[in-house]
Design a protein. Structure first.
Ligand SMILES: Cc1ncc(COP(=O)(O)O)c(C=O)c1O
Length: 400
């Protein structure tokens, strides 16, 4: 009998070779205690967190915590059912209303994760006969949504407006077309030229879905994302988002003004055939979303942090994913996985946690140290982080 696991042998070998050098496993870190959105204890050491998606620092907000505790007391620990059966509580309706208010849109549908929101919406609206034109660097959940719906996938070069247009023009007349874009691409932290891309998509008769997972809460005047910042939010048909980043909990959603949107609740399998979010989770999400509406100061401070870190890392001699800071993600490009893992470990010893990202999650086979800033990082913490990068960079030979 063939062992179905033999296809993983190259990965197992690569991992074992790396760990044999005595390196701490970068994909197996345990947070022993979490003190705040920016500090945790890892391996017994107080560590600054620079690799979470807690952009707006909502996880320890006192109102958010109080709402979660109250819901736990009043509604119990879980719904034990699907949204279309016993799994819709007042809290699920309330968080959908908060989303409608946040985006000023007619419809909002909450899923159990952002992954499931992409999986569900994309696979349900684009089927076998339809075409999905998507940026080649799209998130795995977008690709999986395309695969689940069996649509024709037409990828185009990352952020290339002309390539998008060319692909759209080649699609047979009369076929259903969905263009899928992201506001912020999470590996390099770069943003999409949504203004131009949405215009090209509309001119060619396509519907547009934008995943704003990494921009919600932070980018745009009201934190609605890159589509808001670039003035095209009203032309976007569907916005996908998550509660696992700026909102500070777990869950996913889609908002839209499409008049037939609500039918998705009956036909979208990743919405119907899974349990709904626990009452405590939707309660924390609802209050967090409402507070994010009113967080202009935090957004401004997060931009300051992003600029400070970007400029400092550049000055130290690191190669970064973008010329200018475009989001709360600053990606440091490493020469290879070995150096990347060594640098990751050296930073951990300094007392800093960042994300090590490697292929296939990264574009162009890159190894990245992804730094994601939080609105709760102080300017002093950012300076401390830069000191840690300087020390770890010199110790590993990444910088002179
Ligand atoms: C662009 C993008 N979309 C969707 C998701 C999925 O979000 P969730 O963590 O809620 O499943 C992620 C998560 O990293 C993401 O980066």
């Amino acid at each position: 009998m063939d062992d179905l696991f033999s296809k993983f042998d190259p990965l197992i070998e690569q991992r074992e070779t790396l760990l044999k050098t005595g390196l701490t496993d970068p994909f197996n870190l345990v947070m022993e205690k979490v003190e705040s959105p920016t500090v945790a204890v890892c391996n017994g050491k107080r560590t600054i967190l620079l690799g979470t998606y807690n952009y707006m620092g909502m996880t320890f907000d006192p109102d958010v915590i109080a709402a979660g505790k109250k819901a736990l007391d009043e509604f119990g620990s879980g719904t034990t059912g699907s949204r279309v059966l016993n799994g819709t509580y007042v809290g699920h309706r309330a968080v959908e209303q908060a989303l409608k208010d946040f985006y000023a849109m007619d419809h909002a549908m909450v899923f159990s994760t952002g992954y499931q929101a992409n999986l569900g919406v994309i696979s349900t609206i684009a089927g076998k006969e339809d075409y999905i034109v998507l940026d080649i660097d799209s998130h795995a959940s977008i690709y999986d949504g395309c695969a689940l719906g069996n649509a024709q996938i037409v990828p185009f070069r990352h952020n290339d407006i002309e390539a998008l247009e060319k692909r759209l023009k080649r699609i047979p007349e009369g076929a259903g077309k969905l263009v899928v874009l992201e506001g912020v691409y999470s590996m390099l932290g770069d943003i999409a030229p949504l203004k131009e891309m949405v215009a090209v998509s509309k001119a060619n008769g396509a519907m547009v879905l934008v995943d704003e997972a990494h921009s919600m809460g932070f980018i745009g005047e009201h934190g609605r994302g890159v589509a808001e910042a670039q003035g095209v939010i009203d032309d976007v048909d569907f916005i996908i988002g998550t509660f696992s980043k700026s909102v500070g909990t777990v869950g996913g959603f889609c908002v839209s003004n499409h008049p037939k949107f609500e039918i998705l609740r009956l036909v979208c399998r990743p919405y119907v055939f899974t349990a709904s979010l626990p009452p405590s989770v939707v309660a924390t999400a609802a209050i967090s979303i409402r507070k994010l509406m009113d967080s202009a100061d935090k957004r401004a401070h997060l931009w300051e942090n992003s600029k400070r870190l970007h400029a400092g890392l550049r000055q130290l001699g690191f190669t970064l994913g973008t010329e200018e800071p475009q989001s709360a993600i600053i990606a440091v490009i490493m020469p290879d996985l070995e150096k990347g893992a060594a640098m990751w470990e050296a930073l951990l010893h300094e007392g800093l946690y960042v994300n090590l990202a490697r292929p296939p999650a990264t574009p162009g086979n890159m190894t990245l140290l992804r730094c994601s800033l939080c609105a709760e990082h102080s300017a002093e913490q950012v300076d401390q982080i830069l000191g840690m990068f300087a020390a770890a960079g010199r110790a590993t030979g990444c910088i002179a």
